[in-house]
Design a protein around this ligand. Structure first.
Ligand code: HDE
Length: 727
């Protein structure tokens, strides 16, 4: 019989005791026979059963029917929001016990390594949409703790568009493709979105974030994360405090240019997913520190804004972020569907020591996440899917339902009971039993919003004022782009009214780009979001002037700029290159953790002057400037590359997108054909060129050193002033 023997699967070093439970359904077909879903070995998977070789297919063919039926049911409904996602496994390690604030075990014990699964996502687009859409990014983390799963289901922006869950379906209907023609995909630049925003002043702050560079990250590994809502921590003594959760990326916070983002969407719509996958695959594990902003209960009303209002952040100047531990993503999923698609997050998954606040957006989310899994994953047993299982045992009297996998023993599925010894038992608080924080409530039942939520502009202005000049310009350009795409001029006009409330100059600049006169005063009535019996005057935004003028943490300019780890550097090469130059620069970059790819007119190899051959990673057909962080025209290659239009375009585009560019002094003829020539024409020996990230240097060691410094700066936005460069 079968000589075919099962090969033993290689052990995964990360499959320790804790994570084992998550993967008990992992199957590896290496060396195995093909079977039907019921274990019958298949003899012929190439042909259906027929009445004769040229005859009709028989209904009897149960193997064909099983295969096709499964295929017909392969798709499940995609998430209504956050459909496009990428996931990774990792661990969380605590630096210092937080027992003063919380009794959560994983935030108390520094010896525990908590397994995590993270899913990053865009919000508006479909599952197959581009990664580089201008959008908020989801940043959802599932901690598999010893007390059950804790899900921190956050975003890469610390505030949200709306204040009350009641408005969420409206917001999403407005941003999704328009219902008549299902356009545009994964884009907010259309009438229905801005129509809604223009009459929802509470979204002003979030709009500033969404129009900023945060909405077009360079990498999922280079984004911050935020729990957004105010949560509560509770310590062993039962004392509570408020908390905001933060994720700080150790590689810094970086973005791409908008023109670049649009190009990437065509050249590689999987850009972020690939970047995450490749980094983890190569062992360059992404890391974030978990930060807490703690507010004692006594300080609940200390701020100029309401802590329960999700359109507000707590400036770090007022409450510093304490970094309490590190998350490292160290393992790619084995199966996208089983893990990334089927993972089910829920803000309601908390552990003792963590609790909710009364933020009305958070309160609504507490309902939504289970409800959505029921339809998306097909029934009430989605917690049994391996990726969703906690690492601790589950015992309760829930039973049956579609796709139930647990085989519960015994007669009792109710409590209290005598027959089954009253098991499973309730746990006392001392035994880890969860109790809700005993907040005192003495209130009337009302369908209303607190007046303290009516300041919609102070933090929008604070955010705008905190941006550097290039960042402000990007916001202006993004608004001009988005509003420029609208068909209805009246919406543009209403938006100018909103922008005036944030910053007069911003509104004027956008009006200029839109070719519109400035409104005489902010649009009236500015707020349509009032109850039927409400009085417009009672719903006017309250004008609060923030006592803080700027907050440094809000600008990406102030991020980490001392590393080039995992940055992707294009080496433009051709026959006749200088092998020594390539080796020297490459070695220096690799030593700093960068990734180097050789790009040449054709695949295969390029031959150096001394006869050495270097394998080519990409040709100009398969690569594009927008997929790299910086470009080096390898010494000696310029002679051939100056006749290569794609090479010139490559460098022009890198120049336009403000990236570091390094060239050999011999490459001057090549440079003359690019837009760099304008810059060089001013003064070829001008040292300020270095400050603009352009390195033209004969000494390769020095070139490498300067290049590394420049790449770490990420971008040289001053170059945008030379808007002449088309690329
Ligand atoms: Fe979500 N959100 N959301 N959301 N959300 C979902 O749950 C919802 C909100 C966030 O990678 C859905 O499983 C309501 C804020 C992330 O699987 C759904 C409201 C924040 C993800 C849902 C909000 C988020 C979701 C869709 C307003 C940042 C992706 C699929 C009350 C703090 C998780 C799913 C993943 C997903 C509802 C607002 C973050 C429909 C009703 C604010 C990161 O349940």
């Amino acid at each position: 019989m079968a000589k075919h023997k099962s090969l033993k699967k290689k052990g995964n070093p990360l499959d320790n005791e804790k994570t084992k439970n998550l993967h008990s359904h992992t199957v590896d077909a290496t060396g195995e026979f093909m079977t039907t879903d019921h274990g019958l070995r298949i003899n012929n998977d190439q042909n259906s059963l027929k009445a004769g070789e040229r005859g009709a297919t028989l209904l009897e063919d149960f193997i064909l029917r099983e295969k096709i039926t499964h295929f017909d049911h392969e798709r499940i409904p995609e998430r209504i929001v956050h459909a496009r996602g990428s996931g990774a496994h990792g661990v969380f390690k605590l630096y210092e016990s937080q027992s003063a604030f919380t009794k959560a075990h994983f935030l108390n014990d520094t010896n525990t390594e908590t397994p995590v699964f993270v899913r990053f996502s865009t919000v508006a687009g479909s599952k197959g949409s581009t990664d580089l859409a201008r959008d908020v990014r989801g940043f959802a983390v599932k901690f598999y703790t010893q007390e059950g799963n804790f899900d921190l289901v956050g975003n890469n922006m610390p505030v949200f568009f709306i204040q009350d869950a009641m408005k969420f379906p409206d917001l999403i209907h407005a941003v999704k493709p328009e219902p008549d023609h299902e356009m545009p995909q994964a884009a907010s630049a259309h009438d229905t979105f801005w129509d809604f925003i223009s009459v929802m002043p509470e979204s002003a702050h979030m709009i500033m974030w969404a129009m900023s560079d945060r909405a077009i990250p360079r990498s999922l590994r280079m984004m911050e994360g935020f729990g957004v809502h105010t949560f509560r921590l509770i310590n062993e003594k039962g004392e509570g405090c408020f908390v905001k959760f933060h994720w700080k990326p150790l590689l810094g916070l970086h973005s791409v240019a908008w023109d670049e983002a649009q190009n990437i969407s065509g050249k590689d719509p999987d850009f972020h997913r690939r970047d995450l996958w490749e980094a983890i695959d190569s062992g360059a594990f992404p890391e974030w520190e978990l930060g807490l902003q703690i507010v004692p209960e006594a300080d609940e009303f200390r701020f100029e804004f309401d802590l329960l209002d999700p359109t507000k952040l707590i400036p770090e100047e007022l409450v510093p972020v304490q970094r309490i531990g590190k998350m490292t993503l160290n393992r790619n999923p084995e199966n996208f569907f089983a893990e990334t698609e089927q993972v089910a997050f829920h803000v309601g998954h908390i552990v003792p020591g963590i609790d909710f606040s009364n933020d009305p957006l958070l309160q609504g989310r507490l309902f939504s996440y289970t409800d959505t899994q029921l339809i998306r994953l097909g029934g009430p047993n989605f917690h049994e899917i391996p990726i969703n299982r906690p690492v601790v045992p589950v015992h309760n009297n829930q039973r049956d339902g579609f796709m139930r996998q647990t085989i519960n023993r015994g007669k009792t599925s109710y409590g209290p009971n005598i027959l089954g010894n009253n098991d499973p038992q309730q746990a006392k608080v001392a035994e880890g039993g969860f109790t809700s924080y005993q907040e005192r409530i003495d209130a009337k039942k009302v369908r209303a919003r607190s007046k303290s939520f009516f300041d919609h502009f102070s933090q929008a202005t604070l955010f705008f004022n905190s941006q550097s000049e290039p960042e402000k310009n990007h916001i202006k350009d993004a608004l001009s782009f988005e509003l420029g795409k609208l068909k209805t001029v009246a919406i543009r006009e209403r938006m100018l009214g909103i922008l005036m409330m944030i910053d007069q100059k911003l509104a004027e600049d956008v009006a200029l780009a839109l070719g519109l006169p400035m409104p005489k005063k902010p649009q009236e009535p500015i707020n349509y979001s009032i109850p039927a019996d409400g009085n417009q005057a009672d719903f006017e935004p309250i004008v609060v002037k923030s006592s803080l003028k700027e907050s440094a943490a809000l600008s990406m300019l102030n991020t980490v700029k001392n590393t080039i780890k995992t940055r992707k550097i294009a080496f433009l090469a051709a026959d006749g290159l200088d092998a020594g130059a390539l080796d020297t620069v490459k070695k220096a970059l690799l030593a700093e953790g960068a990734v180097v790819e050789i790009i040449a007119p054709k695949l295969g190899a390029v031959k150096a002057q001394d006869g050495t051959e270097f394998p080519v990673d990409q040709s100009f057909l398969t690569a594009a400037s927008v997929l790299y962080d910086a470009v080096y025209v390898v010494g000696g290659a310029a002679e051939i590359l100056k006749g290569e239009a794609n090479a010139l375009h490559f460098v022009n585009e890198a120049f336009k997108h403000c990236k570091a560019i390094a060239l050999d002094k011999q490459s001057i003829k090549f440079i003359e054909l690019t837009y760099l020539s304008e810059r060089l024409a001013k003064d070829p020996s001008d040292k300020s060129m270095l400050d603009e990230g352009i390195i033209v240097e004969a000494d390769q060691v020095l070139l490498a050193k300067q290049f590394i410094k420049a790449i770490a700066q990420h971008r040289f936005w001053e170059r945008e002033k030379m808007r002449k460069v088309p690329a």
